[in-house]
Design a protein around this ligand. Structure first.
Ligand code: ATP
Ligand code: MG
Ligand code: MG
Ligand code: MG
Length: 476
């Protein structure tokens, strides 16, 4: 059976098609839903149906959804299982089947279609969900020692602060069955990986935090493609699966090194490059361009981190080229066809954005690194025990040298220095307030021009002096 990333994706979609689900396309990474900045899960495109605001087009559906989760940026390469960009395979029921069928399908997919050893699958249910517990135990036949009750934090899923939500049940894979079921802790990621989440979406949370039943009982699920690939391909992490490893190998070969021989710090940088390059390629394809606001700033942060990691590893631009990131991006674009056929069509635009942003950042990166090294030395001199970079320093790097906070934190962490993140945010807030005041002042003198630009940008603008260009202010 085909255990390549493409094979796993295809088999999931066919499995659910054979069980009456309509195969629908992934929606854009830029969601129509205003409550989240980027598409974080497969259910987002169906939210109006779950909420009862739109008619269902089909009773049940299956998709592979492009997702980006910025809350996992810091986990990239640090955990074995988190990406910023990943594909979430899902099956959805819009008031059609519910808990029992969803659980049975998931079990059959995992154990029959993918052939996982059932004694190595653990499941979790929401603490109060006796019904799900009973289905796992009595209908599926999972022994009680492998069914765990968990709290809201893990087993009550919500797409955001408001909207559809419900208790969920997760499937975990056990990498170390020899350790036994007694005392097994599903949150111990040296042993377990969560690969499939089944949400029993039957509630809606309003702005005041109150939950009320939805009109229909729905099913919303998500299985991480990269995680299933890790399990089936027998790799130690998602990054070494065929879905990402080729991007890493490209970067490594451009630096004249090999991933397998590299130390952990080098591997981490290669994983960041592999992950972020893929994310940026898909984001640009969906029309998100590097900028200083909102989604655009997410692209900028990801791309600049690739640039810095690449430079540290000694990744060289090909003969005759000024930038190296487009060549790495080619590998990500080349692998995108089964997930999103549009990416290849937009390849020239994608490479252009990689190059432009790399060169823009390259101008200030060297100088910024020198300044940061001085700041770190000063922080160590000031407090050798617990050195900390001040929020103002981090803000200077950000404001003058274009260092997103992630990069400053990366460097400081490598040097054993903490960063005052709250102080950084405070400095940012002050700058924002000043820029708002500046805008008010400027509106009076420069007529409506700046206000118009501000409106077009959809964000407050920062006036940087008469005669100079207007800069966008920043939302992180
Ligand atoms: P975790 O607890 O491991 O962070 P999660 O509970 O946040 O995962 P869900 O919101 O339940 O994840 O998403 C459904 C599925 O999508 C997960 O079971 C997992 O397979 C996959 N997934 C979630 N986040 C990521 C990520 N950052 N990178 C790769 N796959 C992910
Ligand atoms: Mg998570
Ligand atoms: Mg989880
Ligand atoms: Mg989960």
């Amino acid at each position: 059976k085909d255990i390549s990333g493409s094979g796993i994706r295809r088999r999931f979609l066919e499995f659910y098609e054979q069980r009456g689900h309509a195969r629908l396309p992934s929606s854009s990474l830029v969601p129509e839903d205003p409550t989240v900045l980027l598409t974080i899960a497969g259910m987002l495109q169906f939210k109006p149906v779950f909420m009862g605001q739109a008619e269902r087009a089909v009773p049940c559906a299956t998709t592979t959804q492009k997702c980006v989760r910025t809350n996992d940026i810091e986990n990239v390469g640090v955990t074995a299982r988190h990406h910023t960009f990943f594909e979430m395979l899902g099956n959805f029921s819009f008031g059609d089947y519910f808990k029992k069928e969803a659980i049975q399908y998931a079990w059959e997919l995992a154990t029959k279609e993918y052939g996982l050893d059932e004694t190595r699958i653990y499941v979790s249910v929401f603490r109060e969900d006796d019904e799900a517990y009973a289905i796992w135990r009595d209908v599926v036949g999972v022994p009680e020692e492998r069914i765990k009750r968990m709290d809201e934090a893990d087993n009550f899923w919500a797409a955001g602060p408001t909207g559809p939500c419900g208790p969920c049940s997760e499937l975990y894979w056990d990498f170390h069955p020899e350790r036994g079921a007694e005392g097994a802790d599903l949150e111990d990621d040296s042993r377990f990986i969560e690969f499939y989440n089944l949400v029993f979406m039957e509630m809606n949370r309003d702005a005041s935090g109150k939950t009320a039943p939805l009109k229909n009982k729905n099913i919303d699920t998500g299985m991480g493609l990269e995680r299933m690939a890790q399990i089936l391909q027998g790799k130690p992490n998602n990054y070494e699966t065929d879905l990402i490893r080729p991007i890493i190998d490209k970067a490594a070969s451009m630096a004249g090194i090999s991933y397998d021989d590299a130390d952990d710090a080098t591997k981490l940088k290669l994983k960041v490059i592999g992950d972020h390059t893929r994310a940026v390629a898909y984001l640009v394809s969906d029309g998100v361009l590097p900028s200083n606001v909102g989604r655009g700033y997410i692209v900028r942060r990801l791309l600049r981190r690739v640039v810095r990691c690449g430079r540290l590893l000694g990744v060289k631009a090909p003969e005759g080229a000024q930038a190296f990131t487009p060549t790495i991006a080619e590998v990500a674009v080349g692998m995108s066809g089964d997930c999103d056929p549009e990416v290849a069509n937009r390849a020239p635009k994608i490479y252009e954005e990689f190059e432009r942003e790399e060169l823009r950042f390259a101008k200030t990166l060297g100088r910024g690194e020198e300044i940061l090294a001085d700041m770190i030395a000063a922080a160590k001199a000031k407090d050798a025990e617990a050195p900390e970079l001040s929020g103002d320093d981090a803000f200077t790097l950000y404001d003058t040298y274009g260092f997103p906070l992630d990069i400053t934190t990366d460097v400081a962490t490598e040097e054993g220095v903490a960063v005052d993140v709250e102080g950084f945010e405070a400095a940012m807030e002050i700058a924002r307030t000043l820029s708002r005041d500046a805008r008010v002042t400027v509106d009076v003198t420069a007529g409506d021009l700046l206000a118009t630009i501000a409106d077009e940008l959809g964000e407050p603008t920062r006036f940087t002096g008469y005669g100079s260009l207007v800069e966008q202010s920043v939302t992180v």
